[in-house]
Design a protein around this ligand. Structure first.
Ligand code: ADP
Ligand code: ADP
Ligand code: ZN
Length: 213
């Protein structure tokens, strides 16, 4: 089962992708997590990506596509995966489509987690992230057991630099310009499914399970 999560920054793609990965036994692949891990480890890729991420801009397609294609070529992806944050542009979607077609394969579902911009800005200010293990919390909706500390690995939680309100506005503009056209792209392919992302995360997940079966 090959699934793509679509939706604005902060719509809940990562939250849902992790639940899908667990229930259906496929890896959760987040290009944002891969970039953040590289930044944390000070790799060349990380330094390059950071220049764009800090401004709320997309990392260039050439760089992003290479990382993603390498990742999905791994053995653990042979029964499928859930992509969170990729593709984010039409050229990225076309490269993925071409790579899959060459293997006689395709995306089964593109799930659009729909949340209006007003809700997003509020949500992002409350998001806290663990840069060690990729876990995500929310100060109101998903608080960690002990304030500021990751339940899973005990590391300190942070407000991501790019979750500050000024940058969130840029990211929303970038989303509308460059990523939203993917909704039409996957609608045309007949795999788009939309869910209401404003409800409780358990209810969002129930709607997704209804679709995936
Ligand atoms: P994305 O991967 O789309 O950027 P996340 O899954 O990281 O989004 O979610 C963004 C923030 O909103 C996180 O702090 C998360 O805990 C919280 N969140 C996710 N889903 C919901 C929901 N249905 N209701 C309220 N808050 C949510
Ligand atoms: P969110 O879902 O909350 O927007 P992500 O962790 O998915 O956050 O992405 C964080 C940042 O990483 C993006 O704003 C962008 O700069 C970069 N990024 C992640 N995935 C991609 C991608 N597919 N193409 C280009 N840039 C990306
Ligand atoms: Zn952690």
């Amino acid at each position: 089962m090959k699934i793509i999560m679509l939706g604005a920054p902060g719509a809940g793609k990562g939250t849902q992708a992790k639940m899908i990965a667990e229930k259906y036994g496929v890896p959760h692949i987040s290009t944002g997590d891969i970039f953040r891990a590289n930044i944390k480890n000070g790799t060349e890729l990380g330094m390059e990506a950071k220049k764009y991420m800090d401004q709320g801009l997309l990392v260039p397609d050439e760089l992003t596509v290479k990382i993603l294609l390498d990742r999905v070529a791994n053995e653990d992806c042979k029964n499928g995966y859930v992509l969170d944050g990729f593709p984010r542009t039409i050229p990225q979607a076309e490269v993925l489509d071409k790579a899959l077609t060459e293997l006689g394969d395709k995306i089964d579902y593109a799930i659009d987690v729909d949340v209006p911009d007003e809700n997003i800005v509020k949500r992002m200010g409350g998001r806290r992230a663990c840069l060690s293990c990729g876990a995500t919390y929310h100060i109101e909706h998903v608080p960690p057991k002990s304030e500021g500390i990751c339940d899973k690995c005990g590391q300190e939680l942070v407000l991501r630099d790019d979750d500050k309100p000024e940058t969130v506005k840029n990211r929303l503009n970038v989303y509308h310009e460059q990523t939203q056209p993917l909704i039409e792209f996957y609608t045309k392919k007949g795999v788009l499914k939309a869910v209401d992302g404003t409800v409780d995360m358990k209810d969002v997940f129930a709607a997704i399970v209804e679709i995936l079966g």
